[in-house]
Design a protein around this ligand. Structure first.
Ligand code: PHE
Length: 466
């Protein structure tokens, strides 16, 4: 196998660098904003169980496959597939789908990241200004109104979407070591510290047990056919697999870094954070007798309201939204990096130009999402026509269809197409778990049969064909 090796500055400085950056990519809005509300809507424990099964049996094998492709080729998705398939255009198309998915996801992800910044600002204003920011002594409806006002304000959305994209671009421009690795270390460090503090706080609440039984209690009546695809799509979304983000990060690994062990650590951290977020959110929600199944507003209405009624509440809510923004940024960085690395590796662009160009294009693509809560075309009109506004449509397409499709392509490629001798050697190199007897065979079996079968079956099911 001949492959070009990257310059040293394009590798992680330390082994931990990859784990931190990849965990930063995985842990994001998906864990804190999305997971709790879809779990709340789709059957609590029943959803959590299906999601965890998808994560372990489907998501992790794909993650290992992605890291393996990346580390072996030292290239971003399209070139990596080109190299391993002797430029077969179908497989290169799988890589390109990943780049497009990255574009699509970041365009609306950044809007939600912007909401996080806005809520952080409101909380800080309230802390320092007293009467600024949050309404004093108001009821939950007042907070609902603030959220609705934010959703319907194109100006606020575009402004904070801009801020979020600028922050993301500022980090990616600085490269793998100085930007991504260092940024992830700082942001994830603060993230975990705050997460533990908030967990301790939630654990001290009288409603903690109620929150636990909500998350782990089975509410099968709320679990529908659509929930199944949702669980599958979310397990890919939350691990950042199916689109080449993990592949790209894997391409900055050195030859002897452990692929299997690190993938397991990342998946474990990711699911712990998702469950941890539920254990923070639901006890706080129940403490004030709020609705746990209210959809995307769960974090943005319940948290500031519930915390706002406590002394030091606005400090706590500033801390919470800071946590949310840190998590969102480390994921956004990985999304932007996929498209940036594509331009660098495929067309030989300089990092600065590549990052700025991608970021501008994604920013523009995000504007309709930023305007989706309003009453103009991208909001109300599209909802009337399609049942979803632009933002919801993008989220639905990217996480429920593009990521599983990308995952399907990657699993078929590594399971059936890639030479077994190559994949076996790469799987085992540098990994103690990878060398344990039978582990490689189980992985290949999952990639060959279970992953494709499950993805296709769930898609057909969602299309009501089976
Ligand atoms: N995993 C991120 C989250 O949970 C989102 C993401 C998806 C990031 C795909 C990169 C690639 O928020």
């Amino acid at each position: 196998m001949t492959h070009t090796t990257r310059r040293t500055s394009s590798h992680w400085r330390s082994k931990l660098g990859f784990i931190v950056a990849a965990a930063g990519s995985a842990v994001g809005l998906g864990n804190i904003w999305k997971f709790p509300y879809i779990a709340g809507e789709s059957g609590g424990g029943m959803f959590v169980l299906v999601y965890l099964l998808c994560l372990v049996l489907l998501g992790v094998p794909i993650m290992v496959a992605e890291v393996l492709i990346g580390r072996t080729t030292q290239q971003s998705p399209v070139k990596a597939f080109a190299e391993l398939s002797s430029r077969n255009s179908f497989w290169m198309g799988v890589g390109l789908l990943g780049v497009i998915t990255g574009f699509v996801i970041l365009s609306y992800y950044s809007v939600v990241g912007g909401w996080g910044i806005y809520y952080f600002c409101l909380s800080v204003l309230h802390t320092v200004g007293g009467t600024e920011g949050w309404p004093n002594g108001a009821d939950a409806e007042a907070y609902q109104k603030i959220f609705e006002q934010l959703l319907s304000s194109g100006r606020l959305n575009v402004f904070f979407h801009t801020v979020f994209m600028l922050l993301t671009t500022g980090i990616v421009i600085q490269g793998v070591r100085r930007g991504i690795e260092r940024g992830a270390e700082w942001l994830m460090g603060m993230f975990f510290l705050i997460l533990v503090l908030l967990l301790v706080y939630a654990g001290s609440l009288a409603t903690f047990n109620e929150g636990v039984s909500f998350v782990f209690g089975f509410h099968a009546e709320r679990f529908t056919a659509a929930s199944l695809l949702e669980a599958l799509g979310h397990s890919f979304f939350t691990l950042s697999v199916g689109m080449g983000a993990i592949l790209t990060y894997g391409s900055y690994l050195q030859e002897n870094d452990d692929i299997v062990g690190t993938s397991l650590i990342i998946a474990l951290l990711d699911s712990l954070v998702a469950l941890g977020a539920c254990l923070i959110l639901f006890p706080i929600t129940f403490l004030q007798g709020l609705e746990p199944t209210q959809g995307p507003g769960l974090v943005f209405v319940n948290i500031p309201f519930a915390l706002g009624r406590l002394s030091f509440g606005s400090v706590l809510s500033a801390v919470f939204f800071f946590l949310l923004v840190c998590a969102a940024l480390t994921s956004a960085i990985s999304l932007l990096e996929v498209t940036t690395a594509y331009l660098i590796d495929t067309f030989g662009w300089q990092r600065k130009h590549a990052a700025l160009t991608c970021s501008l294009a994604i920013f523009l693509l995000g504007i309709p999402s930023a305007l989706s809560g309003g009453s103009d075309f991208f909001g109300t009109r599209m909802t009337e026509l399609l049942g979803k506004n632009w933002f919801e449509l993008f989220d639905y397409l990217a996480s429920n269809w593009f990521l599983p499709l990308g995952g399907l392509g990657i699993s078929l490629f590594v399971g059936w197409f890639l030479e077994a001798s190559l994949s076996r050697t790469e799987f085992r190199r540098g990994s103690n778990i990878g060398k344990v007897k039978g582990v490689y065979q189980i992985w290949v079996f999952l990639l060959r049969y279970l992953v494709p079968f499950a993805i296709v079956a769930m898609m057909l099911h969602a299309l009501e064909l089976i």
